[in-house]
Design a protein around this ligand. Structure first.
Ligand code: PHE
Ligand code: ZN
Length: 849
């Protein structure tokens, strides 16, 4: 049993384990209710560790026997593992335990999904498989024997032998237990191969359930592209003879980088034009790359302890975003990443869950797989690269791999590599890892006698546990335009280190217009009081795609803000200025599609709150609707032209070019729907031969309230495809009018195919309700109650997924007193549930602050 009384773990308490593990031999005899796991582990004293009592982690294990050097022992069993007297010097530990994978609904450790066995060990799941020092700084060589009738039996490393009812695998690379994996079942493989840069042949496989074999080709190509890219850009070659990916339907997260045996949520690997949207294709490509890149940043060099999670995650997210930029459009990727950062990381960093990129304490590590660790962690790497330059970054990475290969490292190790290879002092930069919160950056400017001065002030609002903040190192990319719109100073990287700091530019003929924070060069909130004229000017002339987009976004925010708080009408000047951009056929359609999107309602709520206005979700929804209606009306002539331009006549390909066109066309369709009540959308729905077009049309029909026929047709067509039906569940809740959202979500949960124990299906309904801003925040509290009921129900089965979903309440202090009270009551009701998991206990405690 897990210890329910929450215990806090601190980074400062780190102590090495008293032993090293020379090697591990596991025999796993599979059975749904009584799997036997025999372990043989050779322990050697760790000369670098203080004396300590021998302790092995173990949870939900039935110990059958244990022995040391062949003599039976009787360890002391504790809530978290076992303790035992052991000889001085090295010894051989053997144990046998019994576990019940079929009863494991938490999807951590060894569990079953649609009759297939699979494992998930990160972060602390291996202790549910056998007794072991389950910590990432204990690395060892694993040999695994799997016994069972399943035709396919997989583990890490290379296959070494097999016979009737058994298979043996050996992984030559020392690894922590969290990278262990085992899969067994009736699976089919989609094969491939890759020749590495040194000429070694690697066998590749994507294993799927029968019926899914037609959805593997895209993932296989993405894997090969990733392998080639990591060789070309980072000089990293794959290091085993075989690389396997397995698709699993029941999975808490996106995917897992187990050595040589990546396990994927099937939604993150299976793809076909008929069943997957362009966004799915792009995401699948990125996740396959991400997990593959972990082979070096995560596996060969791993984390000393879980506080260092960003060492592998921040870096690997950064690497996968570089990959996507290279495969597709760098500008579009950057804008999309910033949209995502603002939607997921900013609210986290500005609310009760705020924590540093490297946290200093936790109760349940699963709660720290966050946008801050991942996405802000990647932003920190991006800043480091901007500060030292691309070449120095590449050199530092070479040193990192050379110096730390085979080790379990810390952020200190990582920064030391940069200090040693560049000669820079990174003491102040390191605050990015320890200081939580989003810095606010204020700007003022001055022009006199040909000299232009920009003065910046940085200030980070207090966050939980951190009332005082010190100045951080900010790379601020700036360009200057002259009044005709020509760029007179190209992008220059200013390095801000003080709380207030000025930078001057000489030799200018006139006061320039500054383009600040180009490419979103630092993850801050830029607070520049600039005029609408200046923004329109940048929208028309900026050479930096990100800031061009940002200028329009700023105008949209200002317009919506005036509509919400002052009852103003839509800003026609902005709509007209945007039209000029949309008409520019030299611009990438994907970029123009991004320009067409409005800030989300959640983002608007956040903006109002930051300005001291209590956001009213209904007013935000109404203003957004009014503005979109106004855009559609104003552009009634433009829309058909754009639609024609966006038409794809070639056979479907999920590449950047086609998907950009479809994105533009579908953004236009949603406006067109406001003019024709869904006529064009219905036509597109009927003609669609790929999921991107089909789903967008369905979404438009839902917003138009004309969806009944299409919803039924969609269901009839796709009822046997779980991943497509997830979209059907999700879209109805996300796209429906707010007043219907809770009732709709609730009705969906009554269906026989609402398999709520499946995380994808649960999130399809619950996550989408939270995305329906005004629906979730229904004044009567029905959205909060509904979600709380389901979180309470799921926690009993799956604490990890429940805890992650609790973050939908993280913005509760933003809203009016009535809504606050209702959300607080929902959280308190969750907190009061007897037997609440450690995961959810920690989350609601932090949320209630
Ligand atoms: N390490 C995985 C990744 O980022 C995420 C993950 C964490 C998956 C915990 C499962 C459990 O790629
Ligand atoms: Zn990762």
């Amino acid at each position: 049993m897990k210890d329910a009384s929450p215990q806090t773990i601190y980074l400062k308490d780190y102590t090495p384990f008293g032993w090293q593990v020379a090697d591990v031999h596991l025999t796993v005899a599979l059975s749904p209710d009584a799997t036997r796991v025999r372990s043989r582990i050779r322990f050697e004293p760790n000369p670098d560790a203080p004396a300590q009592r021998f302790f092995l982690h173990g949870e939900d294990l039935r110990l059958i026997r244990a022995s040391i050097d062949g003599t039976e022992v009787t360890p002391v069993l504790t809530a978290e593992g076992l303790e035992c007297d052991v000889p001085e010097g090295g010894f051989l530990w053997e144990s046998e335990v019994e576990i019940a994978p079929a009863a494991n609904t938490a999807l951590e450790g060894l569990y079953m999904s649609n009759g297939m066995y699979c494992t998930q060990c990160e972060a602390e799941g291996f202790r549910k498989i056998t007794y072991y020092p389950d910590r990432p700084d204990v690395m060892s060589v694993f040999t695994v024997r799997i016994e069972g009738d399943e035709p396919v039996k997989l583990s890490n490393g290379n296959p070494v032998a097999q016979g009737e009812g058994w298979a043996e695998w050996h992984d030559p690379w020392p690894k922590p237990a969290y990278l262990f994996a085992l899969v067994a079942g009736e699976l089919l493989n989609h094969p491939g191969s890759f020749t590495t840069m040194s000429g070694r042949e690697v066998e590749l496989n994507i294993y799927v359930r029968p019926g899914d074999e037609g959805k593997c080709a895209f993932g296989m190509q993405a894997l090969k592209d990733s392998m080639r890219w990591d060789e070309e850009v980072y000089g990293r070659e794959y290091d085993l003879d075989i690389f396997n990916i397995v698709a699993v339907d029941d999975f808490n997260m996106g995917a897992m980088e187990n050595k040589g045996l990546n396990v994927f949520n099937s939604s993150c690997v299976l793809a076909s034009p008929e069943t997957s949207t362009d966004a799915n294709f792009e995401r699948i490509e990125a996740i396959i790359a991400h997990e593959y890149f972990h082979n070096w940043t995560g596996n060969r060099i791993t984390c000393r302890d879980w506080f260092q999670l960003c060492l592998k995650e921040g870096l690997t997210v950064f690497r996968d975003s570089q990959f996507t930029s290279d495969m597709r459009s760098a500008e579009v990727k950057r804008i999309s990443d910033v949209i995502d950062l603002r939607a997921r990381q900013f609210p986290e960093d500005q609310g009760p869950l705020s924590h540093p990129v490297r946290p200093e304490s936790f109760q349940e590590i699963n709660n720290f797989y966050t946008a801050t660790v991942y996405e802000k962690g990647a932003e920190v790497i991006g800043m480091l690269r901007r500060l030292v330059g691309a070449e120095a970054y590449a050199k530092a990475l070479d040193l990192y791999f050379e110096r730390h290969d085979g080790q379990a490292c810390t952020i200190e190790d990582w920064l030391k590599v940069f200090e040693d290879s560049t000669g820079r002092d990174l003491t102040q930069f390191k605050r990015w890892y320890s200081q939580s919160g989003t810095p606010h950056l204020k700007v003022s400017d001055d022009y006199a006698d040909g000299t232009y001065t920009l003065t910046f002030t940085q200030e980070t609002p207090p966050t939980p546990g951190q009332p005082e903040k010190a100045p951080q190192v900010l790379p601020i990319a700036v360009g200057l335009l002259n009044p005709n719109g020509d760029e007179v100073v190209p992008t220059t990287m200013l390095e801000m280190t003080e709380a207030t700091q000025s930078f001057t530019f000489e030799g200018l003929n006139a006061k320039p217009v500054p383009s600040i924070l180009r490419g979103f060069s630092a993850p801050v909130v830029l607070m520049r009081e600039s005029t609408a004229e200046e923004k329109s000017f940048l929208l028309a002339h900026d050479t930096d795609a990100f800031n061009r987009w940002e200028a329009s976004r700023d105008l949209a925010r200002a317009c919506l803000s005036a509509m919400i708080t002052e009852g103003a009408g839509p800003d026609l000047a902005w709509i007209d200025a945007l039209e000029q951009v949309l008409r520019d056929a030299t611009l990438d359609p994907a970029f123009r599609a991004l320009m067409l999107a409005l800030p989300t309602q959640a983002e608007l709520a956040q903006m109002l709150h930051a300005r001291g206005v209590t956001p009213d979700p209904d007013a935000i929804y109404a203003a957004t609707e009014t503005l979109r209606d106004a855009m559609a009306t104003r552009w009634s002539a433009l829309l058909p032209e754009l639609m024609a331009e966006a038409r794809v006549d070639a056979p479907f390909a999920p590449d950047a070019e086609q998907s950009g066109k479809r994105a533009l066309g579908n953004a236009v369709l949603s406006l067109q729907t406001r003019l024709d009540g869904g006529k064009a959308a219905q036509a597109q729905y009927d003609a669609a031969d790929n999921m991107t077009m089909q789903l967008s049309a369905l979404s438009c029909l839902i917003t138009a309230g004309a969806e009944d026929a299409a919803l039924a047709a969609f269901e009839a067509q796709w009822k046997d495809d779980r991943l497509v039906m997830d979209k059907w569940f999700a879209l109805q809740v996300a796209a429906t009018a707010p007043e219907k959202a809770v009732a709709r979500a609730s009705a969906l949960t009554e269906r026989a195919d609402f398999d709520w124990k499946n995380p994808n299906r649960f999130r399809a309904v619950m996550g989408s309700l939270a995305m329906n801003h005004a629906g979730f925040h229904a004044k009567d509290g029905s959205g909060y109650r509904f979600l709380a009921d389901w979180l309470i129900k799921l926690d009993e089965k799956n604490p990890q997924t429940t805890a992650r979903m609790c973050s939908v309440f993280q913005t509760w202090k933003r809203y009016d007193a009535d809504r606050q009270a209702l959300m607080k009551a929902a959280l308190e009701r969750i907190a009061a549930r007897p037997g609440l998991s450690r995961d959810v206990t920690e989350m609601v405690t932090r949320l209630l602050g």
